[in-house]
Design a protein around this ligand. Structure first.
Ligand SMILES: Nc1ncnc2c1ncn2[C@@H]1O[C@H](COP(=O)(O)OP(=O)(O)OP(=O)(O)O)[C@@H](O)[C@H]1O
Ligand SMILES: [Mg+2]
Length: 254
């Protein structure tokens, strides 16, 4: 579904991603690990198409279509949806209105909000004064309305309490299983997710099929996500860097 080839990206005049290649198959959940500052969020923001993220080289293909330089709204229309790590405050925009717009007027914000215990936030401005966990639930509420085909989740469980994690995890599962707002080929080929996680908690609700570890702005290694997580817990990230140095063409061989 998503094919990223030799991607080099600059942010604020600094090269953050270097020659990065990875793919996300339709119907599969791909998990992204990596130490702080390794470029995970930069990759997701680039896939979504935020304009500060300048692609200097390489390409991003969505089901064969080149979206490398496509504006963010066009990517959203094609079925990419994102939960940001730190979404902005939208002063003057009520959550209720944003959910309605994300759902193209076809969803009832009150019904969706109830399932995520977000009813009392609907009249509030998006993210303004929300706690960390409330922001994550607000993000998933918007995604539930949007029904994307490719879900980009940046640390969905971070800062979320244990009870809310279950609700949020089940929602992610439902979004991946349920109907989508993407017509034609996208509907047929199934949905996919690219999820950044440090703890792997989200994997209790969504089965990860493939994992990648990012280091210094590129993919260092790949494998089964649960095995990768266990390795990282045991050995840290240095082993991934060593693995990449030993097998520099590891990504091409995937
Ligand atoms: N606008 C910018 N100007 C300069 N450097 C930036 C800018 N945006 C991001 N960076 C740098 O790019 C690097 C990668 O950041 P990114 O947010 O992608 O990391 P991450 O892997 O998501 O980390 P974390 O796990 O902490 O969320 C960091 O060193 C960050 O400081
Ligand atoms: Mg990040």
């Amino acid at each position: 579904m998503l094919e990223i080839k030799n991607l080099t990206v600059e942010v604020g005049g600094k090269e953050i991603l270097h020659d990065l290649s990875l793919s996300v198959k339709a119907g599969y959940t791909t998990v992204l690990f990596g130490p702080n500052g390794s470029g995970k969020s930069t990759l997701l923001m680039t896939i979504m198409g935020f304009s500060e993220y300048k692609v200097k080289n390489g390409s991003i293909l969505l089901n064969g279509e080149d979206i490398t330089h496509m504006p963010v709204n066009e990517r959203a229309k094609r079925g990419i949806g994102m939960m940001m790590q730190r979404p902005p405050n939208l002063t003057g925009v009520r959550l209720k209105d944003l959910v309605r717009i994300a759902g193209k007027g076809e969803v009832d914000p009150a019904v969706l909000a109830e399932g995520l215990d977000m009813t009392r936030f609907l009249e509030r401005d998006v993210n303004v004064g929300f706690s960390g966990g409330e922001i994550k639930r607000s993000e998933i509420l918007q995604l539930e309305a949007q029904k994307p085909c490719l879900l980009l989740l940046d640390e969905p469980e971070s800062g979320v309490d244990m009870v809310s994690i279950e609700k949020l995890g089940l929602k992610v599962h439902d979004i991946l299983q349920g109907q989508s707002h993407c017509a034609g080929w996208r509907e047929k080929s199934g949905k996919a997710a690219l999820i950044i996680t440090h703890t792997g908690q989200i994997l209790d609700y969504v089965e990860g099929d493939r994992g990648y570890v990012m280091c210094d702005g590129t993919v260092a290694c790949s494998g089964n996500p649960r095995e990768l997580l266990a390795e990282i817990r045991k050995m840290g990230y240095n082993e991934c860097i060593r693995c990449k140095l030993k097998r520099p063409n590891v990504v091409e061989n995937l």
